[in-house]
Design a protein around this ligand. Structure first.
Ligand SMILES: Nc1ncnc2c1ncn2[C@@H]1O[C@H](COP(=O)(O)OP(=O)(O)OP(=O)(O)O)[C@@H](O)[C@H]1O
Ligand SMILES: O=P(O)(O)OC[C@@]1(O)O[C@H](CO)[C@@H](O)[C@@H]1O
Length: 305
């Protein structure tokens, strides 16, 4: 079996999104009939978005317990290929509360994962013989960045990584791409990331540590791409923002879809911000309508930094 990409989510989650009509008040019960449950975790989101963009990207990682079964069922129902390693501990539930005044997100730490499960995962990824492996999201208890390096070195594939800034600094292998957000970029480099120029300088420093591309997401300020030959900024594409959960995963998905289609790195960045604008326009990590997305990206004006 050969796949373009395989995503690895070591710490998946059911994403529980609740919308309330009034701001949260301490001591008062908020009630709502507006609740949504999505199969989530960063790599899973990338698989969902890439599948909808017609790029084959099965999801793997660790799943266990009732929330694990819920994720597997939802992915099957939605036609997202998946091949997870079963663990004895319970997959987590993460909660987003959308209120008129704020977006609250509470992420559970999740299960503990054993050494054997990590070995099973490395073997499982190998059976797909992918061109690219995407390792995304937090690491559950029992798993360290050694497991990410081990995955990156276990085959001929390129590896993309999206994890916290502090974990990015612990990686040793060579990577195709990392996707820090602004905070993670600051955390990984210890640099100030107030202006876009400062972010570009931090991304260039991070790249030197073993990444062919750094794609940094800057929320409403768009995204940066730094490679050996390019340092470009793309503004965020216009969107009626519902919530920004999954926005970074969407940016990475669009960028990887662009590369998988043989596009230049700059066009891949334009694709990334266009895909992200669609994702922030729907709630939770639901897959939006991607019709016309590859045409719309030409409206994104990139500039050199
Ligand atoms: N308010 C917004 N309007 C338009 N686009 C946005 C907005 N916020 C984010 N985006 C798009 O989404 C991309 C990713 O956003 P962001 O930097 O918030 O990711 P993130 O922090 O990694 O998100 P998450 O961890 O929730 O996936 C941005 O590069 C931008 O293109
Ligand atoms: O706790 P982590 O692994 O860092 O992030 C998990 C998560 O917040 O990331 C996705 C959005 O990017 C959600 O689907 C999920 O709940």
């Amino acid at each position: 079996m050969t796949d373009d990409l395989v995503t690895v989510t070591m710490n998946p989650a059911v994403d529980h999104t609740l919308r309330i009509d009034e701001p949260l008040k301490s001591g008062a019960v908020a009630r709502t009939d507006d609740a949504q449950f999505d199969a989530g975790g960063k790599g899973i989101n990338v698989s969902k978005y890439l599948t909808a963009l017609d790029v084959s990207a099965p999801a793997t990682g660790f799943l266990g317990g009732p929330f694990g079964r819920m994720i597997r069922t939802q992915l099957d129902d939605d036609g997202v290929p998946n091949d997870f390693v079963e663990i004895p501990d319970r997959t987590r539930l993460n909660t987003t509360v959308l209120s008129p005044d704020a977006e609250y997100k509470i992420n559970h730490d999740g299960p503990t994962v054993g050494e054997d499960a990590v070995s099973d995962l490395v073997e499982r990824v190998g059976t797909h013989d992918p061109d690219t492996v995407v390792v995304a999201g937090s690491l559950p208890a029992g798993v360290t960045t050694d497991a990410v390096d081990r995955l990156a070195r276990a085959g001929e594939w390129d590896t993309a990584v999206d994890t916290s800034g502090s974990l990015l600094t612990e990686l040793d292998a060579e990577y195709l791409v990392c996707k820090p957000n602004r905070e993670e970029l600051g955390e990984a480099t210890g640099r100030s990331v107030d202006s876009i120029e400062e972010c570009a300088a931090a991304a260039a420093e991070l790249r030197e540590r073993g990444f062919r591309y750094v794609v940094a997401s800057l929320g409403p300020d768009g995204a940066l791409l730094v490679s050996e030959s390019e340092s470009v900024h793309a503004p965020a594409a216009d969107a009626d923002v519902v919530d920004t959960v999954g926005a970074g995963d969407a940016l990475l998905s669009g960028f990887l879809a662009g590369l998988a289609r043989g596009e230049s790195e700059t066009v891949a960045l334009q694709t990334g911000v266009t895909v992200a604008a669609r994702v922030v326009s729907v709630s939770g990590t639901r897959v939006p309508d991607f019709d016309g997305v590859f045409d719309a990206r030409s409206g994104v004006n990139v500039s050199q930094t």
